[in-house]
Design a protein around this ligand. Structure first.
Ligand code: PGA
Length: 318
C-alpha cells in the first residue's frame, strides 16, 4: 500500500459508495478514464481485485469492502483533524451529517437556520427517512448524529432525550367526531384509516397500541410520508395517527380527535453509536439542540405531555 495515494483512496471511496465509476467521476469532476486509471493503480498496490462486475452491476470484492471501511475511517480521522485545527484557529468548521426520522423534519430544519448563522463555516447534510432506514444508516456508521423516537435495543448506542413527540389522531376539520370528548378507542374501527408504510416507527407505535386494546382498524390506504397522509386526510379519505409536530400552527384543515389512550407518548432522542467519537462540529450541534429544545419547551410549554393532553382536549381548529 506504500504506493497508494490519498487521491486514489478518495476516487475509490466515491466509486464504492456509488457502485459506479461514472457517478464517482461526476461527483469528483474527473473523467471516467481517470477514475478507471486511479482504481487500476490502487488495485495494483493492494494486489487483489477491488471490484467485480456481475452483469451490468459493479460489486465490491471482499478486499474492496475492507478497503472501503478503511477509507471511511481514514477520511473521518482527517475530517476530525481539520475540525480540530479549525477549532484551534477559533473557527467552527467542517461537515455535520445528520439523519432524522420523518416527524423530526418539522422541527430540525427550522433550527438549522439559526445554527448556520451562528456557525457559518459548518456545512450540513440532512437525511430525512423512516425508523428502519435510520437503523440501517446507523449500523453502517454513515452519519454523525441521529434523531429518532425509539432507541434501538439491539445496537450499542448513547442517547439523550430532548423533546416529547406525542402521536395524536388526525381527522378532517369537519369530521363528525371532532366535537366529541373522550372518544372510545374502539370507535376508530368504524373509520377508514390511513397507515404509514412498514418500517415506520409511527406505524409500529400505532399498531402496538391497537393490539394492546384489541382494535382492528380498516386500513384504507398505506402511504410513505406524513405529508401525503395529511393531504389524504384533508381530502376526506380517512383519519390517521401522526406526530403532533406535523401540524403547522396556522393549519385550518385538521382536527385532533380526543380519543382515549392518546396521545401516544413518544420522545425524540439524539443518538449515536457508543464507540463513536463525536466530532467538534457534532458536539457543537448536540449542545445547541439541547439548548434550543429547552428554550422551545420554556416558550411554548409544548413538550409537557400533560399540557399537550390539555391542548388536545381544548383544541378547536375551525
Ligand atoms: P417514522 O418516525 O418516520 O419512522 O414513522 C417516527 C417515529 O419513529 O416516531
Amino acid at each position: 500500500m506504500n504506493q497508494a495515494t490519498l487521491h486514489q483512496l478518495k476516487v475509490f471511496e466515491a466509486a464504492a459508495r456509488h457502485s459506479s465509476f461514472t457517478r464517482a467521476a461526476e461527483e469528483l469532476f474527473l473523467t471516467q478514464p481517470t477514475v478507471s486509471m486511479q482504481i487500476k493503480q490502487l488495485t495494483k498496490s493492494v494486489g487483489l481485485p477491488l471490484f467485480e462486475q456481475v452483469g451490468k452491476r459493479l460489486f465490491l470484492t471482499e478486499a474492496g469492502r475492507e478497503l472501503f471501511a478503511t477509507c471511511r475511517q481514514i477520511f473521518e480521522t482527517i475530517a476530525q483533524f481539520e475540525m480540530t485545527v479549525a477549532d484551534l484557529k477559533g473557527l467552527k468548521q467542517g461537515q455535520l451529517r445528520l439523519a432524522v426520522i420523518t416527524t423530526a423534519k418539522y422541527f430540525i430544519p427550522r433550527l438549522l437556520g439559526p445554527f448556520c448563522q451562528l456557525y457559518p463555516g459548518i456545512e450540513i447534510s440532512l437525511q430525512v427517512t423512516n425508523h428502519e432506514r435510520i437503523l440501517e444508516r446507523m449500523s453502517n456508521n454513515m452519519d454523525d448524529l441521529y434523531i429518532m423516537s425509539q432507541v434501538p435495543d439491539h445496537l450499542d448506542v448513547s442517547y439523550q432525550p430532548f423533546l416529547d413527540n406525542p402521536l395524536v389522531v388526525f381527522a378532517p376539520v369537519n369530521h363528525p367526531l371532532a366535537k366529541e370528548k373522550n372518544i372510545s378507542i374502539q370507535r376508530l374501527t368504524n373509520e377508514p384509516f390511513i397507515m404509514r408504510e412498514p418500517g415506520s416507527g409511527t406505524r409500529q407505535a400505532v399498531q402496538q397500541l391497537f393490539e394492546e386494546h384489541g382494535v382492528k382498524v380498516k386500513v384504507k390506504l398505506e402511504l410513505g410520508s406524513n405529508e401525503a397522509i395529511k393531504q389524504a386526510i384533508a381530502g376526506g379519505l380517512g383519519i390517521s395517527v401522526l406526530s403532533r409536530h406535523t401540524l403547522m400552527p396556522d393549519s385550518t384543515e385538521f382536527s385532533i380527535l380526543d380519543v382515549e389512550h392518546f396521545p401516544i407518548q413518544r420522545t425524540w432522542y439524539m443518538v449515536h453509536p457508543s464507540g463513536k467519537q463525536l466530532s467538534i462540529v457534532a458536539r457543537t450541534y448536540y449542545e445547541y439542540l439541547l439548548e434550543a429544545a429547552k428554550k422551545f419547551v420554556k416558550e411554548t410549554g409544548y413538550s409537557k405531555l400533560e399540557k399537550v393532553k390539555d391542548e388536545v382536549e381544548n383544541l378547536e381548529i375551525s
